[in-house]
Design a binder for this molecule. Structure first.
Ligand code: ADP
Ligand code: MG
Length: 153
């Protein structure tokens, strides 16, 4: 298992319902390091860019309206196997299918307003982290191959 970073977002419903503290408590209890965190409200066009892979879905307009409706809390989480582990802690996309104890089971009310976001692969984690953070803020995310470094010296 590799030390990974993933992008986590606390969505507007969870922020309005005052669950930031509950969610961060679960994140820390599972041993994630919160590497970076800030709050930001996206314009709808920015939410559309972030969720571009869902542009063809019937729920796209509702999703981008919701995600730009209020500030988000945006975090980089770091842990061994962070990408899969954060998705496990989030629970299933539809909270009615989320396992007991997961964030979505406890704090989400519906599939469209489901409390948290998490990257789903190494590629999307990199794309999503650099959507919100400068490359030099995304600490140690890209491995520097030592052979390349040696060759350039
Ligand atoms: P996840 O957030 O679990 O990675 P997806 O990437 O499939 O889920 O979808 C992105 C977001 O779009 C979901 O978190 C949810 O807010 C919304 N969404 C997904 N599927 C639906 C759906 N069938 N109806 C309404 N909203 C949906
Ligand atoms: Mg997704």
């Amino acid at each position: 298992m590799a030390l990974e970073q993933t992008l986590a977002i606390i969505k507007p419903d969870a922020i309005k319902n005052k669950h930031i503290g509950h969610i961060i408590e679960k994140i820390e209890a599972k041993g994630f390091a919160i590497q970076q965190a800030f709050m930001l409200q996206l314009a709808q066009e920015e939410a559309a860019e972030f969720y571009h892979i869902h542009a063809d879905k019937p729920f796209f307009n509702d999703l981008t309206t919701f995600m730009s409706s209020a500030p988000l809390m945006i975090m980089i989480l770091e842990k061994e196997n962070a990408i899969a582990e954060w998705r496990t802690l989030m629970g299933a996309t539809n909270p009615s299918e989320a396992e007991a104890g997961t964030i979505r089971a406890e704090y989400a009310n519906s599939i469209d307003e489901n409390a948290v976001h998490g990257s789903d692969s190494v590629e999307t984690a990199f794309e999503e982290i650099t959507f919100f953070f400068d490359a030099d803020e995304a600490l140690d995310f890209e491995e520097t191959p030592e052979s390349d470094t040696a060759a350039s010296e």
